[in-house]
Design a protein around this ligand. Structure first.
Ligand SMILES: NC(=O)C1=CN([C@@H]2O[C@H](COP(=O)(O)OP(=O)(O)OC[C@H]3O[C@@H](n4cnc5c(N)ncnc54)[C@H](O)[C@@H]3O)[C@@H](O)[C@H]2O)C=CC1
Ligand SMILES: O=C(O)CCC(=O)C(=O)O
Length: 409
């Protein structure tokens, strides 16, 4: 169980994976000075060593925060995922340790949608292959297998933030849009929901995947699904590398059953820009291979830096956990003149009564109290007079089921 009450000068932020400097600007403006920013991801013992005394860590998609890694981060209060996906973090393990996780659910949406649309147009025209041939000194002037996007059907799998943004852009280009989602979604514009994934695959000239990494999306496009696509169709994956089986895709391209593909995410991705990228798709001219840069634009990265850093600052400064992906969400007002206790506990019967008993037994007046729970964890925030906070924190920390107890001044 962690008991903490630190002033800002002692709070350590570790920012990995080249997070945009806008994040540091936000943290410094908020009064935090202990910030270590590294350009790459860390793993294994290097990651554990760095996390040992960090209170906050910022990562992107590469750093794996497993249960084992989190167990080596005794002071960690919150994680900032400076991206959309949070599959690289064991969210349950974090929650059970009282570690809140925040992300940026919308800041790179547009960047992904624009890239995908551009790839669809280039692939429909066979540009990647013509470009590769020209680089080798050839000249592939031909209209064979070159098509306009206008009038073609785009099938979007996963009609969430990116899928819907892409849908609007594609319709503006004159494409027909159909989509498949596990949830019934309001279609934008003239798009409509396909009856099933199979129906979408059978009708689409371009299939683009925008689902999260989940057990249910693992290998959702394999040999059978590729065979169910229209002959000469195009596949685009800028979601997660676990969604598409790469060998059957390479085979479908080699056999010219599919016209082309654009793949931004891979089952195994190099750990850094210095490592070799290995894939059966290498050398296939009509496959666009990009190094997981769907969200990597200056605009998106600067916005993400600000958005996630602001969430970490709010959580650190006053306990606000709104938009956390694994934690009860509490929006808290400022607490001028009061100390604030943040008590994170297992959501078990009787624990709130034990907490309130501490205040009754010690005659401590509660100025304000906020409670939010989810299935596993409760998060109670209590404002009280400064002279009582040390005693209250000490007593609250003894309650069975306490995960973490922090005081803010
Ligand atoms: N390549 C890159 O750099 C980036 C990749 N991403 C990836 O894109 C994913 C999607 O992002 P958003 O659109 O913001 O997420 P979102 O959560 O807004 O949308 C995902 C949609 O997929 C649907 N879905 C879930 N399971 C499904 C299934 N089995 N079949 C069909 N639909 C299913 C959901 O109902 C939801 O509508 C992220 O989870 C992330 O992994 C996101 C940003 C950048
Ligand atoms: O920019 C990154 O590092 C990861 C982008 C991504 O995949 C996401 O936002 O989920």
């Amino acid at each position: 169980m962690q008991q903490t009450s630190l002033d800002k000068s002692k709070i350590k932020f570790l920012l990995l994976e080249g997070i945009h400097p806008s994040a540091q600007d936000v943290l410094r403006r908020a009064g935090y000075s202990q910030i270590e920013a590294l350009p790459g991801a860390l793993e294994g013992d290097d990651l554990k060593r760095k996390l040992h005394d960090a209170h906050f860590v910022g990562i992107r998609s590469r750093t794996q925060l497993t249960a084992d890694v989190l167990a080596h981060a005794p002071r960690l209060v919150a994680v900032g995922a400076f991206c959309i996906g949070t599959n690289q973090i064991d969210l349950n393990a974090a929650r059970e340790r009282g570690i809140a996780v925040f992300n940026a659910p919308y800041s790179n949406t547009r960047s992904v949608a624009e890239l995908v649309l551009a790839e669809a147009i280039l692939l429909l025209r066979g540009v990647p292959e013509k470009n590769a041939v020209a680089h080798r000194g050839g000249w592939l002037k031909s209209a064979d297998n070159a098509y306009e996007a206008r009038g073609k059907t785009l099938g979007i799998v996963g009609y969430g933030s990116i899928g819907t943004q892409l849908s609007v852009l594609a319709e503006a280009m004159g494409m027909h849009v159909i989509f498949h989602d596990v949830v019934n979604k309001l279609p934008l514009g003239n798009a409509h929901q396909a009856e099933s994934l199979a129906a979408l695959l059978a009708q689409s000239d371009v299939v683009s995947l925008h689902v999260p990494q989940l057990p249910s999306t693992q290998w959702m496009i394999g040999a059978a699904e590729l065979a169910a696509m229209k002959p000469g169709a195009i596949l685009i994956n800028a979601s997660r590398g676990t969604v598409v089986e790469i060998e059957p895709l390479a085979e479908a391209i080699r056999a010219k059953r599919l016209l082309g593909a654009a793949i931004d995410v891979f089952p195994t991705e190099p750990k850094s820009n210095k490592d070799e990228f290995q894939s059966p798709l290498r050398g296939l001219d009509n496959v666009i291979l990009t190094p997981h840069i769907g969200g990597s634009t200056m605009e998106a990265q600067a916005n993400i830096g600000v958005e996630v850093a602001e969430k970490l600052v709010k959580y650190s400064d006053n306990g606000t956990s709104i938009t956390s992906v694994n934690f009860p969400e509490v929006a808290l007002p400022a607490h001028p003149g009061k100390h604030r206790i943040l008590h994170i506990h297992k959501n078990v019967p009787g624990i709130m009564s034990a907490i309130n008993q501490v205040f009754a037994d010690n005659h401590i007046n509660i100025a304000a109290q906020y409670l939010q729970t989810n299935e596993k964890v409760g998060y109670v925030v209590i404002d009280l007079d400064a002279q009582s906070s040390e005693l209250a924190q000490h007593e609250l920390a003894q309650i069975e089921g306490t995960i973490r107890c922090r005081v803010l001044f």
